[in-house]
Design a protein around this ligand. Structure first.
Ligand code: 0WK
Ligand code: BGC
Length: 889
């Protein structure tokens, strides 16, 4: 007796081996390279989400079983109780249908459906339907699935290789009483997984041990290489029944397994299934009994199929097992002694325990795979189980639960008896319907922010027109782009020398710099700088307080650098729109970004600075140049690349400058030479020329800003506003029930709480969705994996629009320069700075792509500024001093 059972006893160490071989087989199934030869096929089920409790409506289910077809109408209340009501009817499937022409099978399914609906006498005629088709299929969409091979008792002609949804939909459409749309085809394991109650927490694994066996789970989509999707989750049906068909289990197959396989309809195939599932357990026991009772053979005992799995499962029961064993042995024509019955029970137990052990090894492989791929230290999940073996054999689940704990100690697994896969299939249909409705809403909302190449071309042309208006004296006032002369006519020629002080105000940080300009051989420019903050109350308080604060920072810097008493020429980067009449004088036209200090607009800011120095009486300042950050950036990059003739900032704010032919600057006298123009393109559209491009979200952001109606272009592009645009879109999508189960968090309703830096991190390729969830949970939100995928999509759309608009604007500038010089081709460098351009993972590349599309005759190099525009301001001061020296000479 022990000899017979020994090959069935698998040690924990052996089960660990099965687990690791299953893991390897799963990886091969997931990999695009080895998928087609894999034994465990890992077929994508195109289930992207599990129920979240907001599903509502009535859904039809067609569940094709081994012997019966179940037709079901499931109604979901969609409220907090999520009540589920079901009406159903079963139709036996005759052999003539199961083994007849395929067309007949689908006609039969459709007829049963109509009969069921007619029986309900409902006024409603429009339905969405989920189809459970428990055969191996190659699924390409949730509603598209090609039959690979029949199994169990089905063998219909003319179906293999065809899309079973099309076959069913065609059959259904042969009548017009009902409009039924097949929106999902589902494997019974996914139906099982989805039948779990959403309130019981995430249930992301389904396990069926019935006539056959199979499993499914929610994998990370990026690991399912055979599908395009890379975001979020993707349901995968393992088809683990064929595990071992490549010999991976040969060292564990008992002689009984080999006998069973040789006598099966499909020798060499479905190895794992033949050791576990209900169709075979009885037969394994039969083979053992023929060996155990080889001396007392009876015709019944020699008959294949004479031992039923149902009985095997019952015999393992401590209460009724021995009695059932006696009944079965009698039915086999054996006069069974108590010992015989006991032996029979041991055999059944050994076969079932082995099946449960192998199942546990498979399940452990799945949950360990999920834990590892989600980079979790511990995975907590429910596993929905179903099938005759589970329902008839409580010990099977217990054994399974215990062994999974030992085989996957890093996972917290709860087995949940499924409420019948029909409900699950209904849930798949309901989730598919919810996702489709949400996708429609999301597409409608985000379509407003998607710009076609033609639309971008329009923006380019509109900016070009505004530039021309801005350059002409007569039309300057009409233009929203002020094209401000900067009195910078020359770029550094490398002969500049000396120490200079520089201030850099207007970006994220306020910096004071000491810039030592020397010969290139001696390292060129050395910079020492200190960052200071400008608190909001200073940026938005009295102007005198702001400039006093600036002077205190300079004093602090000079003290730290031991420069007290030194008066160095100073270049002042002041990143706001200033009307200049000379290099060292600039009238502030308006505040932008987060600044709004009083008493400054209309004033010469150099004068305001000098007055503050006087007030503080600390030291003297020699301001020789006031510079916009775009100009400082162009100069700073121009020091390294003489081709740099454009300065671009995409940071808190956005703007650009470029070298224009003086003859084109109608607001200034002179024809010869060039002048750097500060475009102040942040205000592009303030005259309404861009209104067609503003979405309701942009209008909301503008109305809530410090300067409504102004800096409209900046408010579509720059770091100060992108986060807020995203936040308002998230509010709208939550309101529409597409996000966070329609539940708003107070935090998310707080203006400016969604920082633009979140966009950069959320979009960074390496960031797992789990980290996106963490950012959102910080905002008091309950986040599903789906939510984080959608939030990432919103961030992508908002940032891409900003980058494309910025690219369209750069294209307008470089095309202007090319036409200025009547060149066929222009090669030019753009010096760039700003946290959004520098830190966002895709922004720079999307700007460059757009420029390539819209200005194909310009080859544009984007040079990121290393030292900021403070260095540029110092270089401008150096040029001014050089020019002044020559004029004095
Ligand atoms: C760094 C420059 C500074 C400019 C800033 C813009 O040195 O002049 O204002 O970039 O970028 P932000 O700090 O606004 O992102
Ligand atoms: C200002 C510009 C500045 C830009 C980038 C805008 O808000 O108006 O002067 O160049 O921000 O900092």
């Amino acid at each position: 007796m022990q000899n017979s059972l020994r090959p069935l006893c698998l040690s924990l160490e052996t089960l660990h081996r099965v687990k690791s071989r299953m893991l390897e087989a799963m990886e091969r199934g997931l990999s695009r390279r080895t998928h087609s030869q894999a034994t465990v096929r890992m077929l994508p089920a195109f289930i992207r989400s599990t129920p979240d409790g907001t599903e509502r409506g009535e859904f039809l289910v067609l569940e094709l079983g081994d012997t019966h077809l179940r037709v079901l109408l499931m109604e979901l209340s969609g409220d907090t109780d999520q009540r589920v009501t079901m009406k159903e009817r079963c139709f036996p499937v005759p052999d003539a249908i199961a083994q007849g022409p395929g067309e007949k099978l689908f006609a039969f399914l459709a007829t049963c459906l109509w009969e069921f609906l007619d029986g309900l006498h409902m006024p409603k005629t429009d339905f969405e339907l989920g189809f459970s088709f428990p055969f191996t299929c190659r699924q390409t969409r949730l509603d598209q699935s090609y039959l690979i091979s029949w199994s169990k008792r089905f063998q219909c002609a003319g179906v293999e290789g065809r899309d079973v949804v099309v076959l069913l939909q065609d059959a259904i459409n042969k009548q017009d009483r009902y409009h039924i749309k097949v929106i999902a085809v589902v494997n019974d394991t996914t139906g099982t997984m989805m039948s779990c109650d959403a309130s019981a927490g995430p249930c992301e694994v389904g396990l069926v041990v019935d006539a056959g066996t199979n499993s499914c789970f929610m994998a990370e989509a990026r690991h399912v290489e055979v599908v395009e999707e890379s975001e979020g989750r993707m349901g995968v049906v393992t088809e683990w029944g064929s595990f071992g068909d490549d010999g991976a289990l040969n060292d564990m197959l008992s002689p009984y397994d080999l006998q069973l396989d040789q006598a099966s309809l499909n020798p060499g195939r479905q190895r794992f299934e033949k050791m576990i599932s209900g169709l075979y357990l009885g037969e394994i026991v039969w083979h053992i009994l023929t060996e155990l009772f080889s001396g007392r053979m009876t015709p019944a005992l020699l008959t294949k199929g004479s031992v039923q799995t149902q009985d095997i499962l019952e015999i393992t029961d401590e209460q009724v097992g021995l009695a059932t064993a006696r009944r079965v042995l009698r039915a086999l024509g054996l006069e069974a002694s108590d010992q015989d019955c006991f032996n029979m029970q041991q055999v059944c137990k050994a076969v079932c325990i082995r099946a449960a052990g192998l199942c546990a090894a498979g399940l452990a492989a799945i949950v360990s795979h999920m834990c590892r791929n989600r980079e979790l230290s511990r995975l907590k999940t429910s596993v929905a189980v179903d099938g005759a073996v589970f329902r008839a054999h409580a010990k099977f689940s217990q054994t399974l639960q215990q062994l999974v704990k030992q085989l996957a100690p890093e996972c917290d697994v709860t087995l949940v008896q499924a409420e019948g896969s029909s409900k699950g299939i209904g849930m798949v249909t309901a989730v598919a319907s919810r996702l489709a409705a949400q996708r429609l809403q999301v597409n409608q909302t985000l379509a407003l922010l998607q710009l076609s190449p033609a639309a971008l071309g329009t923006v380019q042309a509109l900016l070009r027109r505004e530039m021309e208006l801005g350059l002409k004296k007569e039309t300057n006032a009409m233009s929203s782009v002020r094209m401000l002369p900067t009195y910078i006519c020359a770029t550094p020629d490398g002969s500049e020398r000396g120490d200079f002080l520089a201030l850099d105000l207007g970006g994220t940080n306020f910096r004071v710099l000491l810039v030592k300009v020397g010969s290139r051989e001696r390292g060129g420019v050395q910079i020492i700088s200190e960052v200071y903050s400008i608190p909001p109350h200073v940026a938005q308080g009295p102007g005198s307080q702001l400039f006093d604060h600036i002077v205190e920072c300079i004093a602090d810097f000079q003290t730290k650098q031991g420069m007290m008493g030194q008066t160095l020429p100073l270049g002042f980067t002041f990143s706001f729109p200033c009307q200049q009449t000379s290099l060292d004088q600039g009238i502030l036209l308006s505040w932008t970004k987060g600044f709004n200090a009083s008493g400054c607009v209309g004033q010469d800011v150099v004068k305001l600075l000098r007055e503050a120095v006087k007030r503080k009486n600390h030291f003297a300042l020699d301001v020789v140049a006031i510079v916009n950050d775009t100009v400082g950036t162009m100069m700073s990059c121009g020091y390294h690349d003489p081709n740099c003739e454009v300065g671009l900032i995409v940071g808190t704010g956005t703007n650009a400058c470029y070298m224009e032919q003086l003859r084109n600057v109608g607001t200034l006298a002179g024809e010869e030479g060039r002048m750097c123009i500060n475009m102040e393109w942040g205000a592009f559209g303030d005259n309404g020329c861009l209104d067609a491009f503003f979405t309701p979200f942009d209008r909301q952001v503008d109305e809530a800003s410090l300067n409504p109606g102004r800096q409209r272009f900046e408010k579509l592009i720059s770091g100060m506003y992108l986060g807020e645009i995203v936040r308002r879109i998230l509010l709208e999508l939550t309101d529409k029930g597409c996000l966070f189960r329609g539940r708003l968090s107070p935090k998310l309703q707080t203006p400016d709480i969604f920082q633009t830096k979140f966009l950069s991190s959320i979009e960074s390729d390496g960031l797992a969705l789990r980290q996106v969830c963490a950012i959102l949970e910080e905002l008091g939100l309950h986040v599903s994996c789906e939510d984080s995928v959608l939030v990432r999509e919103v961030c992508q759309v908002v940032a891409r629009r900003a980058a494309q608009l910025c690219g369209a604007a750069v294209a307008a500038v470089v095309e202007k320069i090319r036409e200025n010089r009547s060149l066929e081709q222009l090669a030019v460098t753009v010096g760039v700075d700003g946290t959004l351009y520098k830190l966002h993972p895709h922004f720079a590349q999307q700007v460059q792509e757009t420029v390539r599309q819209l200005a194909p005759r310009c080859s544009v190099t984007f040079l990121q500024s290393e030292d900021g525009s403070g260095k540029g301001a110092a270089l401008i001061a150096a040029v001014a001093c050089r020019v002044a020296r020559h004029q004095r000479a």
